[in-house]
Design a protein around this ligand. Structure first.
Ligand code: UTP
Length: 304
């Protein structure tokens, strides 16, 4: 657990176009992974890292998100009357996790723009950003390590993960140098969604950041970049290029389990993986998969 409590910001105002039409009237962060919306896992992760104040940046479909973290008295009352304690606990849990606040992004002008909308709430303090569609397995804590590194070195800290070179064009990518600590690297440059040929490494930025308040001034002057959006990666690149602005930018290299629920195939894999890990669902699901597997024809040529 971190020494000083910090606030968390969860941007959830993206258009989620890869998931249409499911995301036509519902943010992708509300898609259920097994039986909880993705964003609930992310709030639980922030709470496990010692955070009790969470700001969610919301877009056009804000109601589902706000309602999920609110009380639903009729439902609670009905379950109470039926004496169904376990379902009652599941309904009440999201509303008792943390102090959850909401702010609208307005136009979805990019992740950097969404983070900038948190300025008033965060104030002049270090804060964490957790992407609402990126799940980190609760058994592999990442955020508390990032907070510790940020506090001990007065640094901006981003989470990095090795990916196949063929996948790097889907991520921001970091040029890095080693430090004395095995899981920590110094970030010397960042590029948003480079081609495999342009990529300075195979270290991808994943959706966890511990940022210092100086990032806000940088974001105010960051011009729209890739896709015409204000990119958080571009603002972080400005910090990495000049230590004078806010100290160093460090990366914590994550080797644990991560699930990307914003992509359809990864979403399906995440749901299956997390259900397999559950005592109530895992054994039956595993038997079904074992029965199903021999009937499947692989359609892709195996790669050499
Ligand atoms: P993504 O690029 O994955 O989200 O943004 P998207 O644009 O919604 O996805 P597709 O490609 O259209 O399917 C990463 C994170 O930043 C948030 C998203 O909600 C997601 O958590 N985001 C992105 C915002 O909050 N505002 C934005 O303007 C853009």
């Amino acid at each position: 657990m971190s020494e000083t409590a910090i606030k968390a910001v969860i941007p959830a105002a993206g258009l989620g176009t890869r998931f249409l039409p499911a995301t036509k009237a519902m943010p992708k962060e509300m898609l259920p992974v097994v039986d909880k919306p993705a964003i609930q896992y992310v709030v639980e992760e922030a709470v496990a890292a010692g955070i009790d104040d969470v700001l969610v940046i919301i877009g056009r479909n804000k109601n589902a998100l706000a309602n999920h973290f609110d009380r639903v008295t009729e439902l609670e009352h009905t379950l109470e009357q039926k004496g169904d304690r376990s379902k009652l606990e599941r309904v009440m849990h999201p509303s008792s996790l943390a102090d959850i606040h909401f702010v609208r992004q307005g136009d979805p002008k990019g992740l950097g723009h969404a983070v900038l909308r948190s300025r008033k709430h965060v104030g002049n303090e270090t804060f964490a950003v957790l992407l609402g569609d990126d799940l980190i397995d609760a058994r592999d804590p990442l955020l508390s390590r990032m907070i510790e590194v940020s506090q001990s070195q007065s640094a901006t800290v981003i989470a990095l993960m090795e990916v196949e070179p063929s996948q790097i064009h889907l991520y921001g990518c970091a040029a890095v140098e080693k430090t004395g600590e095995g899981d920590v690297v110094r970030v010397t440059g960042l590029v948003e969604k480079p081609s495999a040929a342009e990529a300075p490494s195979n270290l991808a930025i994943i959706g966890r950041y511990v940022l210092k308040p100086e990032i806000f001034d940088v974001l105010e002057t960051t011009a729209p970049g890739k896709g015409g959006e204000i990119q958080l990666t571009d603002a972080l690149q400005a910090l990495a290029a000049d230590d004078e602005i806010a100290g160093p930018v460090l990366g914590v290299v994550f080797t644990g389990r991560r699930y990307d629920t914003g992509d359809r195939l990864d979403y399906l894999k995440s749901s299956i993986q997390l259900a397999l890990d559950r005592e109530d669902l895992g054994p039956e699901l595993a038997s079904w998969i074992v029965e199903l597997a021999p009937t499947l024809e692989p359609t892709l040529e195996p790669t050499a």
